[in-house]
Ligand binder design. Sequence first.
Ligand code: PLP
Length: 389
Amino acid sequence: MKPMRRNVLSSITMSLDRQAKELAASGRDVINLTAGQVDLPVPQTAKDAVLAALEADRTGYVPAAGSADVIRAVRNGMGWTEGSVLISAGAKPLLSAAIACIAGPGDEVLLPTPCYTSYPEMIRLADAVPVFIEGDPENRFAIPREALENAVTVRTKALLFNNPVNPTGTVYRREELREIADFCIKHDLWLIADEVYGTFVYDEPFVSLYELSDVRDRLILVNSASKAFAMAGLRLGYAVVPDAAASAIAGYLSHMLGCPCSLSERAAIAALEGDAGYRSRLRETFRARRDALYPLIAAIPSLKVEESAGAFYLWLDIRGTGADDAAFCRGLLEREGVALTPGSAFLRSGFVRLAYAQPEPVLKAAAERIKRYFAEAAADQTPLSIKCE
Ligand code: PLP
């Protein structure tokens, strides 16, 4: 048997989520704060639209990059006046397709870290090379401009940029986005931007890169209904790309995926057009959760954390404990039944990610258990990493 050419590791966050669910299914009382998934129902209008579409037998193929009425609804809903709008089965295939159309063997893609687990693999699947740029821990893990400049070579094709950031919850400010855009313009790079958490920005209005009109001719801007409308399993994403890039990406998607799901298209139209208040209600729910949880976590000694400005993650700095992040998470799950994700899954060890996509009482109970985990380790004078083995 000839060996497989690729050994693609599956997403660590997904397997941790599965592990926590299995433990819960075996009867353990588990609080699962691993999954980056909204825990609330999709808008009622979207549910109705799926059922009506099914009844009407709308189950055939649709155009590879989306039906005209979905494209129109996305354009209006997102305020994307210029460029081509593409629809696919979530943000992931749009990001992968864009990377594969832009970068090939030996090409380099700049990737700020810590980052979403799938990004390095998406780049490698295109046979391109991720060039990691370490975010500055003293400045919300934002990318230092100097580090970007130092990383550019003749092989650099693109910057893969996420805002708000999974896993840190960082939200980039307008002047920082301006710098990123100027950097890409100066070096003639594509700017592939993932704004799937754009709805979840709590302290200031969200600034999309789309607002910087002079970068639009090199901007591949991806978003999706997964977070904004709690539709993760329905798989419906959208992107706005320069007209010149649209046919390559749409062609790639047509061969790889065929088309988006016909029922999910109906759900997306209903969600985007049907319930104007849904997204702001979602934002307020998550803001309240953050406000309830953050002070409890911040009060735990030997742990450092910043209030997250966006997405729905707290990024816990456990370097002071001397614990290995994976061992820390394993120990916390085994002893206290709380599942968090080790920072190494996002290319930054010494940290862990807590997803606050659960009701407030559950988050409060989780904070209590995490506090106890630390307190017991301190009482035993055992380093958490040893205690967890
Ligand atoms: N981008 C980021 C930063 C994410 O965190 C996620 C999911 O967690 C995705 C993309 C996936 O989005 P979708 O479900 O639309 O493919």
